[in-house]
Design a protein around this ligand. Structure first.
Ligand SMILES: Nc1ncnc2c1ncn2[C@@H]1O[C@H](COP(=O)(O)OP(=O)(O)O)[C@@H](O)[C@H]1O
Ligand SMILES: [Mg+2]
Length: 246
């Protein structure tokens, strides 16, 4: 039955790579330079992780995209709603209103299109990620923001002994998000704080929980067309990575 069902859905044929329908849509960040670094803006069908130190502007960027996605297509948005999964209680209506005015949108209407959930535990986070799927079906929702991805997991899974369980939980969340973005061609924005890895004189900043996701990552900084921006991006202290589901 399963094999026949796959047949009926056309899942059992190899197709030439040229015929793959990527169907990517772009959402403006409000900054032409950042759009360029991201290859045209935030992309649908991709998980985009923004990571940087505390106070580097990750939440601000998440607020901005939550507004710009509501712009009409002619102005760089998708005219759609947003699910905002807020694990750090840093969502601000005031900030949204300011950003809405900047883009010439009516603040009250913009707020009515952002479906916000304050999250209290990692299990709750996982539940609300699944719940976000219903918004895709019923509310024309095309963007899920998770700000931040790891904050609660860090607090709940402490120490090296918990690492395997933490990464497995993280993988489950990432796969749930991947399924949603593939089904509904959504954009997904994850924020993540960096921590310093203490390795003597080679200490450096790394995204928390980054190891398991690294498989999917394609660092923008390693792509040659953007190399001149490496120092610009590093000065700002924010790194961007876009990765498609493998
Ligand atoms: N593009 C920006 N222009 C001006 N101020 C900004 C900008 N981005 C962030 N800020 C300010 O920097 C501070 C930290 O930003 P926030 O987005 O909360 O950082 P993070 O989420 O990375 O900790 C806030 O007070 C915010 O208003
Ligand atoms: Mg923040």
């Amino acid at each position: 039955m399963i094999w026949n069902a796959r047949n009926a859905l056309g899942m059992t044929e190899f197709i030439p790579a040229g015929d793959i329908d990527e169907n990517t849509e772009y959402i403006t960040t409000g900054s032409s330079e950042l759009n360029r670094i991201l290859g045209g803006g935030f992309q649908t069908g991709k998980l985009t992780e923004v990571y940087g130190p505390f106070k580097s502007g990750k939440t601000n960027l998440a607020h901005t995209i939550a507004v710009t996605i509501q712009l009409p297509k002619s102005k760089g948005g998708l005219g759609s709603a947003v699910a905002y999964i807020d694990t750090e209680n840093t969502f601000s209506k005031e900030k949204i209103k300011h950003i809405a005015k900047r883009f010439g949108l009516v603040p009250k209407k913009v707020l009515s299109q952002i479906y916000h959930a304050r999250i209290y535990s990692s299990d709750h986070q996982s539940q609300m990620i699944q719940k976000a799927e219903t918004l895709c079906k019923t509310r024309n929702m095309r963007l899920i923001v998770v700000d931040s991805l790891m904050a609660l997991l860090r607090a709940e899974y402490v120490g090296i002994g918990m690492l395997a369980r933490r990464q497995s939980f993280l993988n489950n969340m990432i796969h749930a998000l991947s399924r949603i973005l593939e089904t509904y061609n959504c954009a997904i924005l994850l924020t993540n704080q960096v921590s310093t890895k203490m390795m003597g004189m080679f200490s450096g900043n790394d995204a928390i929980g980054g190891n398991s996701d690294k498989i999917f990552h394609q660092s923008l900084l390693n792509r040659s067309p953007w190399l001149p921006f490496q120092s610009y991006v590093q000065d700002k202290g924010v790194l961007f990575e876009q990765f498609a589901e493998a």
